[in-house]
Each structure stands twice: as C-alpha cells, then as structure tokens.
Design a protein around this ligand. Sequence first.
Ligand SMILES: [Zn+2]
Length: 123
Amino acid sequence: MAGDVGLRRTGEGERHCVECGLAVSGRADKKFCCDSCRTAYHNSRVRKMNTPKNEVDRILAGNRRLLTGLTSDGITKIALADTRMKTFDRFYYTSAQVRRWRTTVYCCYEYRYTIRHDFLQMV
Ligand SMILES: [Zn+2]
C-alpha cells in the first residue's frame, strides 16, 4: 500500500516501529514507537544522504589543516613527495584559476598555491 512505505507488518493489523521493530499502537499511519526512534531514523537517513559531502569536506579540511601548518612554519614551497605532504590530496581544492602561461592557481579556502614540477608553491 502506498501509505505503508517503510512500515513493517508481521500479522493482521500488527505494526512495528521502522527503527527498532517494537509494536506500534495508535494512529494507522504511525511508523515509530517513540520520538527517539523517529529522530534516530531521520538522523540516520540524513547521515547517509550527506556521506559524499562529508567525505569531500573531510579531505578539504585535511588539506587546509596541512596548508595552515606549512604557513605557520614559514614554508612557502614543498615537494609533493615530502613526508609532510602525504595526507595532502592535490585533486581536492575549493577553486582554481588558470593564469597566463597556463599556470593554475588553486585555492583551499583562504590559501592559494600552484603545483609545478611536483612542488607546491604558496602564492
Ligand atoms: Zn522504536
């Protein structure tokens, strides 16, 4: 039935909570046994929907943290092969701008850098 999406039924007229499986009583369209199950179910759905975004945010935050560390240590140029750069993912940035001579300036939030000949150079 169209109105029963996600609702589990085991016996005649017997309904069970979509989250925990306990019996549900009350309104015919009620899907959850309590508010905490309803909240847990919706939070879990939102978490699943945001997974790709969270992954990109996590990588960008890691890159930014690394660039912040380099800046505070006064490092303006570093080899991508440097051990300090092993968590840096060069394919994730917040924006990019192609300049003259095909130099691309990448941004990771407030940090700007170029990557040439396997070196990252802060701009
Ligand atoms: Zn429940």
